[in-house]
Structure formats: structure tokens, C-alpha cells
Design a protein around this ligand. Sequence first.
Ligand SMILES: Nc1ncnc2c1ncn2[C@@H]1O[C@H](COP(=O)(O)OP(=O)(O)OP(=O)(O)O)[C@@H](O)[C@H]1O
Ligand SMILES: O=C(O)c1ccc[n+]([C@@H]2O[C@H](COP(=O)([O-])O)[C@@H](O)[C@H]2O)c1
Length: 202
Amino acid sequence: MTERLPASVPGMRIGLYGGSFNPAHAAHRMVAERALKRLGLDRVWLLVTPGNPLKETNGLRPLAERIAIVGRVMRDPRIVPTGIEATLGTHFTIDSLKALKARCPGVRFVWIMGGDNLRDFSRWRDWRGIARQMPIAVIDRPGTTHSAVRSNAAQWLRPYRIEESDAAMLADLKPPSWVFLHGPRSDLSSTAVRQGASPEPA
Ligand SMILES: Nc1ncnc2c1ncn2[C@@H]1O[C@H](COP(=O)(O)OP(=O)(O)OP(=O)(O)O)[C@@H](O)[C@H]1O
Ligand SMILES: O=C(O)c1ccc[n+]([C@@H]2O[C@H](COP(=O)([O-])O)[C@@H](O)[C@H]2O)c1
């Protein structure tokens, strides 16, 4: 499948929210909407990965199906699902971020991830390089609040953390810089949905 990049213009603030989304659920929407609002973004691009390099691909639904479900779960037209990593041929986040920055000069990107990913971030390829590519917003996730901020990556990132009250300026800051965003939390997961939980709990 070849896909065009979603539209952008120089100066736009765009959040890149990567994930397996296998399948997407209401907590993914909550994360994307919180980032959009609190970081003052113009768009959030949901990068539906061809396959997380650290996860088994057994049981991973086809990319087109995951993108279609993301499209049904998201409600704000500024939140745009894309499978662009498959077209770019990038599996590792560091490569995706470099490729997107090269293709979108002048766009102010922010990487968005849940607290569980900050906890495991030091296992990602060139994670310090990722932090040097663009600012990062971490969204609190139940069960990971303390392990995330105590993780190796968070220790290294500590000098670059900004106050949550300054989140709206994150996209303008020179990386490394990051913020931990708190707010209403959901313990929903794709694992639970695959096991029969509703992706849209009442
Ligand atoms: N309930 C949640 N709260 C905060 N962040 C979340 C939540 N669920 C997922 N995320 C974040 O969304 C991104 C994509 O997550 P992913 O698609 O792996 O969903 P998941 O529910 O964690 O999946 P799985 O249960 O299959 O591991 C990751 O950055 C993850 O940290
Ligand atoms: O680049 C890496 O080494 C790397 C390792 C683990 C996860 N990622 C990315 O992290 C994002 C979240 O993945 P997931 O499976 O937790 O939804 C997704 O964009 C993955 O490609 C990236």
C-alpha cells in the first residue's frame, strides 16, 4: 500500500502519536484529544505502525483494518490516522521521525506516547536520538505513573522536563524537552478489547 502524507504547511504544530492500535479504543482518543488541546496542536497524526519492533506480530490485524478502526474511533477531524510508516519503509521510530522531518520542513512536530512507553523507552533504538529530534509529550497511564518517571529514560530526560502548565509552548521548544500530562485516566487497553471488553465503555 502506498499512501500520501497527510497535508501540512510550514509552521503547523503536529503531534505524532504512534501505536499498534490493535484495535483502537476510547483511551487512544482521550490521549489524542488531550495532546491536541493541552499542547495547542493543529493536528495529531496517528501513525499506525506496520509492527512495533519490540512486539510479536502474531495476532496483529492487517494495517488497513487497524487504520479503518482508528478512523471510526476518532471524532475530531484534526486527528488523522495514517499508515505512512509502511510507505516510508520505516519500522523504528527514529527513522520515521527523521523521514517525516525531512519531508515537512518548518513543521513543529511533537512525539506523543503513553506512560508505559516512557517506562520502556530506553529499549527503543536510539531513544536519546528520538528525544533530540523533537519534543515529547507523555500521557499518564494507570499502573505506570511511578515506573514511568523512575525509568532509565526519565532519569536521563529529567533536566529537560517542563512544567505541565507550560505544555502549550512545548512544540516551540528546542529538543530535548518533554512534559508529563496528567488528567482523567483510563485503564482500557487493546489487550482487553481483544479479550472482549468494549472499546467504548459507558
Ligand atoms: N489507557 C491508556 N492510557 C494512556 N495511554 C494509552 C492507553 N492505551 C494506550 N495508550 C498509549 O497509546 C499508544 C498506542 O498504544 P497501543 O496501540 O499499544 O495500545 P495498548 O492498549 O497499549 O495495546 P496492547 O494492550 O495491545 O499492548 C501508546 O503510546 C500507549 O502508551
Ligand atoms: O523504534 C523503536 O525501537 C520502537 C520500539 C517500541 C515501540 N516503538 C513505537 O512506539 C509506538 C507505540 O507502540 P505500541 O505497540 O506500544 O502501540 C509505535 O509507533 C511503535 O512503532 C518504537
